[in-house]
Design a protein around this ligand. Structure first.
Ligand SMILES: Cc1cc2nc3c(=O)[nH]c(=O)nc-3n(C[C@H](O)[C@H](O)[C@H](O)COP(=O)(O)OP(=O)(O)OC[C@H]3O[C@@H](n4cnc5c(N)ncnc54)[C@H](O)[C@@H]3O)c2cc1C
Length: 411
């Protein structure tokens, strides 16, 4: 098989790549979208949940069959001592069937006119003056070469393009390692996401994300996770009382592993004629668990900018990419970065007992409290459990937050 030449090569058909290819093709560029997976969307490496707020902001209609469940609240389980339930719009969500979602997005790119190839892996590049001038792709075992004007690197957290271009990748400290099972529960689940922050999970969080009344993704992700991931998850599932009550490690219907980048990309998302998008560019809101929709939005921006640069035959137009991201996702990415910094600050503060640190991180993550209120929160944690819950209730009432708090007695 011989590939036709393309003007825009998009590497990776996750949400970022498929959105980029659709936008580039709609913008009139000859576009080639490749993914090394034999079946786009499989295997899933994700909790599959997306917040309603971002879906609405982008006016993104989910493809038929891609919605598994609607979640009307999020519950934070903090150090097995505090249970905080938020019904703020931000914490309402939809669980996806990502296999269907990702495949449908790639199909949309094809419908928009892009060439789409599964089982096509970028293996090498030729560079001249900081630009990629040739890309080697192995498609169904056959080596092909293309000469795109623009390349969009939407190839995920362990980006091949970053490696080939020797762009500094994420350090271990900027990566959360994740593991998750799709499980059948012993009884009906509340239709809300549950997020666990506790020392047993480490610097990250655990989750139950329902996909149906008795089906859920149950997993954890942490920075610097040591040892075998499955062992870590099995240990957690067999020691956390709430999980033990709901799930049996003998009812696992899918295993999903993956790494998630923390927000931020060293040195900006454009290098020569290459635009990095999605996880490859750290365009995620890692500490609120959102990567799918930010990646989609930034991919769309990359595709639009790439098509305009090709149409005008002016590569300096690629500079507009950063601006496009700012317009599309700037606030969210900035706030995501700030939240990450405040959470890391608390986590690293060893003067605070480990359990208290996870409660404080949870208060920040849920946006029930902000960094400037941490002292107040620390005072609450020094009170008796009853007084602490009372003080938290008062703080929520003052803020008129659509959230409730109660004591958990799992320690
Ligand atoms: C455990 C875990 C749970 C998560 N849960 C959630 C969640 O609940 N909600 C949420 O919003 N986000 C979640 N995320 C993050 C989310 O999965 C990512 O942010 C999102 O998938 C990023 O999209 P992307 O298109 O940038 O990259 P990806 O979806 O990773 O797609 C990259 C694609 O590039 C392809 N590729 C890589 N190298 C090559 C190559 N050399 N040649 C060709 N193709 C290549 C890969 O096969 C892949 O299909 C989670 C992440 C992890 C690790």
């Amino acid at each position: 098989m011989m590939f036709k030449e393309c003007e825009v090569l998009v590497v990776g058909a996750g949400p970022a790549g498929s959105a980029a290819a659709t936008a580039a093709a709609e913008g009139g560029a000859e576009t080639l979208l490749i993914d090394r997976k034999k079946e786009i969307g499989t295997p899933v490496q994700c909790g599959e949940v997306v917040g309603e707020t971002l879906l609405k902001k982008l006016n993104l209609k989910l493809p038929p069959g891609a919605q598994a469940a609607k979640l009307d609240h999020t519950r934070f389980m903090l150090d097995r001592r505090v249970q905080l339930t938020s019904r703020e719009p931000y914490w309402k969500a939809v669980t996806l069937e990502r296999k269907i979602f990702d495949k449908a997005l790639a199909a949309k790119a094809a419908e928009a006119g892009a060439m789409v190839h599964a089982d096509a892996r970028l293996t090498d590049i030729e560079m001249e003056d900081g630009n990629v001038v040739e890309a080697t792709i192995v498609c169904q075992g056959v080596e092909e070469k293309v000469h795109p004007k623009v390349v969009i690197a939407a190839d995920g957290v362990h980006s091949t393009l970053s490696r080939l271009m020797k762009v500094e990748l994420f350090t271990e400290k900027a990566l959360a390692k994740g593991i998750e099972y799709e499980m059948v529960s012993s009884r009906k689940l509340p239709m809300g996401m549950q997020i666990f922050l506790e020392p047993e999970v480490g610097l990250g969080y655990g989750w139950i994300i329902p996909k149906g009344p008795r089906r859920a993704n149950v997993g954890l992700a942490a920075i610097g996770m040591q040892g075998n991931r499955r062992d870590r998850l099995n240990d957690w599932l067999t020691t956390n009382p709430l999980l033990m009550d709901l799930f049996d490690v003998d009812k696992v219907i899918e295993v999903k592993t993956g790494d998630a980048p923390l927000p931020g990309f060293l040195g900006g998302p454009r290098r020569g004629n290459v635009l990095f998008a999605g996880d490859a560019a750290g365009q995620t809101l890692a500490f609120v668990g959102e990567g799918i929709i930010p990646s989609y939005a930034c991919g769309q921006g990359a595709g639009t900018v790439a098509a305009a640069a090709v149409r005008l035959d002016d590569m300096s137009r690629l500079d507009c990419y950063e601006r496009a991201i700012e317009d599309l996702m700037g606030n969210e990415l900035e706030e995501g970065g700030e939240l990450k910094d405040s959470i890391l600050d608390v986590w690293m503060d060893e003067s605070i007992p480990a359990g208290d640190r996870t409660v404080l991180c949870g208060l920040l993550m849920s946006e029930v409290m902000f960094p400037e209120e941490l002292e107040e929160a620390r005072t609450m944690l020094s009170m008796s459990r009853r007084a602490m819950i009372g003080a938290m209730k008062e703080a929520l009432a003052k803020r008129r937050a659509r959230a409730t708090v109660s004591a958990l007695n799992m320690r």
